[in-house]
Design a protein around this ligand. Structure first.
Ligand SMILES: [Zn+2]
Length: 93
């Protein structure tokens, strides 16, 4: 479902990037995965925004686990992408 929504192909797709965000923030990615993740971020303002929101959430809560994030944040992320898809010109926010 998510994969269909996030039909971007730039090294790794957005869904994969989203799944890597938590590991990335915890420093748990391998060097190769981190490089792919950062390469995707460089080409994808949407995932950059998502990462920024995750960082903010972690700062606010002090602790974030993948289990905590999955349902709620995934919903918010899908909503974000729906908005971006509905408004293709709206990359400058
Ligand atoms: Zn992306």
């Amino acid at each position: 479902m998510l994969a269909k929504l996030l039909a971007y192909r730039r090294g790794i797709v957005c869904q994969q990037a989203v799944e890597l965000v938590t590991d990335y923030l915890e420093g748990a990615l391998s060097r190769a995965d981190r490089r792919r993740f950062e390469a995707h971020l460089a080409a994808c303002p949407h995932c950059t925004e998502y990462l920024a929101q995750m960082r903010k959430t972690i700062e606010l809560t002090g602790m974030v686990t993948a289990a905590d994030l999955s349902p709620q944040m995934a919903d918010e992320f899908i909503a974000l992408y729906r908005r971006w898809q509905a408004d293709p010109g709206g990359e400058s926010e």
